[in-house]
Design a protein around this ligand. Structure first.
Ligand code: GTP
Ligand code: NA
Ligand code: MG
Length: 295
């Protein structure tokens, strides 16, 4: 489409950091802190990604979090050449400080050229030293704004729920300052598979992240080597949705198989086309596997 068709889309965020520094706890706390959805009352589904709404400077802003083990999802997707993430939150426990996997995560984010927001976590602990964390990361070239750099550092406690709004605001401000996040919601949808599994009752279930266009119930799609017609879509509350716009994660029912994480998906003209493309992809994957086995 042309420039006029582009609409602002929410940033997609991955949380990374050293083992036990609080990535899971933080993702859970952010999901719960989602002010707007609090009244929804639906049972939270683990769909591998979720969207929260926050208020920044009087405006409602959405943020998408990828909720799969950050590091793995990030690296496996990048290995497939897929860029799911716009911003990385680097979680550093304020009692432990910078550890080897902190630096690994930092290097992944740098290689992917995504801006980093640092969540200095566990500030509720008596031995927390958030200033030390700032000093340590400065040595690795990640310089806090308050020291004249361009990285936002936010002190939080995932456990106590302290300053989560501050962290969400930092993500939005970082996106506004350094990214131009726009996508055309009018075209046929394209995006990435975040995770997929075979559900006993529902058959193959895939969580997808829409990157362009709007995915609709009834669309014929190809997802990696899988294909099918979107029979139903669910959001992170388990509610049925008819459409998913750019940056929205959705659980998709109706595929013939569970595609791998990091595979792309796209809407095609009809079921026949979906099947043809999927079969070609599957044959290509099979050939690649056989070639690998021969080596
Ligand atoms: P891995 O996935 O194993 O790498 O760990 P993680 O980074 O997901 O850490 P997780 O969320 O599992 O937290 C590790 C431990 O730290 C748990 O016992 C949490 O309850 C605790 N924890 C997480 N955040 C906080 C916090 O803000 N304050 C305190 N005191 N404890 C926390
Ligand atoms: Na842990
Ligand atoms: Mg974890």
């Amino acid at each position: 489409g042309d420039e006029d068709d582009l609409a602002i889309r929410p940033p997609v965020v991955t949380v990374m950091g050293h083992v036990d520094h609080g990535k899971t706890k933080l993702l859970d706390a952010l999901r719960d802190a989602n002010v707007v959805d609090k009244e929804a009352g639906g049972i939270t589904q683990h769909i591998g990604a979720y969207q929260v709404t926050t208020e920044v400077e009087g405006q409602e802003r959405r943020i998408t979090f990828i909720d799969t083990p950050g590091h793995e999802a990030f690296t496996s997707m990048r290995a497939r050449g897929a860029q799911a993430t716009d911003i990385a939150i680097l979680v550093v426990a304020a009692d432990d400080g910078v550890m080897p996997q902190t630096i690994e995560a930092l290097n992944h984010a740098k290689a992917a050229e995504v801006p980093i927001v640092v969540a200095v976590n566990k500030v509720d602990k008596p031995d927390a030293d958030p200033t030390k964390v700032r000093g340590q990361l400065t040595e690795y070239g990640l310089i806090p704004e308050e020291y004249g750099g361009d990285a936002m550092f936010v002190d939080v406690s995932a456990k106590a729920g302290t300053n989560l709004e501050g962290l969400l605001e930092a993500v939005v401000l970082t996106a506004d300052a350094s990214l131009d996040l726009r996508a055309n919601p009018e075209q046929d949808a394209q995006g990435l598979v975040i995770e997929a599994h075979l559900d006993r009752g529902r058959g193959p279930v895939a969580t997808v992240l829409v990157q362009r266009g709007t995915l609709k119930v009834g669309d014929s799609i190809v997802a990696g080597p899988a294909y099918g017609r979107v029979r139903a879509m669910l959001d992170e509350h388990g509610d049925n949705i008819e459409e998913a716009d750019p940056s929205r994660p959705a659980m998709v029912l109706g595929l013939n198989a569970a595609p791998g994480a990091g595979q792309n998906f796209l809407v095609v003209e009809d079921d026949r086309m979906a099947r043809q493309i999927a079969e070609k992809r599957e044959a290509r994957e099979r050939a690649a596997m056989q070639a690998k086995r021969r080596v």
